[in-house]
Design a protein. Sequence first.
Length: 447
Amino acid sequence: MARRARRRKSPAVLIFGLALAAVLLLLTAGFFGYLALRAYLRGDEFRQLVAREAGRHLHAELELAPLTWTGSSVYADSASATGEAGSPVEKMTGANLRTGVELRALLGREVRLQPLEITRLDLTLRPPAPRPPELEVPPAKPRGWWQPKRIVLDSVLAQQLTVRSPWFELTGARAALQLEPTKDVALTGGTLRLPGLPDFQQEETRVRFIGDEVHILDSRSRTGDSGEVEASGVIGGVGGFDLQTKWTGVDLAHFLPEAWREVLRGHVSGTAHCTRQNDIAEISGSIRSTDSSVGLLPVLKLLQDFTGSERFAHVPLQELSADFTKKDARLELTNIAVESSGLLRLEGKCTTDGKTIDGSFQVGVSPSVLRWIPGGYGKVFEENRAGYRWTPLRVSGPLSHPTEDLSARLIAAIPGEVIDQAVEGAGQAEKVLKDGVKGVLDTILGF
């Protein structure tokens, strides 16, 4: 009986042994598989695969420094890239790259990377150009038993981003790039520099990449003590763009030659619509200021001496506005309005090609000022409207030495005996008057 019992237990022992062997075999296979996978991930083949995939998205040839692993975290000292023909990226360098691998995704032959952190990222962009057709390159044949189906990276964080291009320079920004489900970039901080404009301290910019287009969803920056700038629009893949900008409280000094910064003071606000299609760029918009002032001009000094009033030492401008359109070198200003309430007002339009100017204006002067200009009240400033006496003004000629027709009419209107007395008393009255009138025109028209 005991022998039969032992025989009945033998199959159970056999099954247990087989199961134990299978488990040990699986554990051994898993262990050696883990070692093989670990060796693959830490080898040059995987590093080169990652570099190829990243370069494919950048349309660039990318070099990645050797990888250092700590558990599932991976680190590289640097990465560098050189753009292919047609790529907007001329070159790129990154320092201190760190990410991690989600181990469970490896079971599905997928390398899913955790958010990639980069301490410093420098980009140099170049003018866009048509990209040559991409050639079908067969994937490299796997050398080992395991090859990932795909590499997934959802986000990149650059702690310090610098971008240089022919059009702008951005330094010291923080960039967060989201690659899935859409390619979005959020930029915060940093300094933006544009040719001929003041530095802008960036607050936040959100950008979305759609095909070859860059969509600026919104952008907010500050400049000076009170200037604020907003922008949005689309930049095309071959040099076209359609941008809208709005600014408020920007210091006039940023846009004036140094010699004029003590003459004209204040802040401006405005809007602009900038487009470029088929290599033709056009900008249109409007500007306005309500707190500007003008001073240190010969005519104001002359009026101050005549009247004994300090109001002419620095004249406030309650209105300074115009609409503008610029296409190539041609700039057209319309609806120009410049006013110092109770003193003078100028209205009109002008065009310039960068070398010459042609302007047509109406100049209104307060009757209380005209009484200090002999002959001006009735013979030159004839129209009475909106509290001013008005006269037409034409300005034309080279921008460096424009001519106007008002000075001559004022001189002709002065009675001969007044000129004679002024010459005897002060000398060169005609020159003083001409210089004064020219000073007003210089200020109003920005010569």
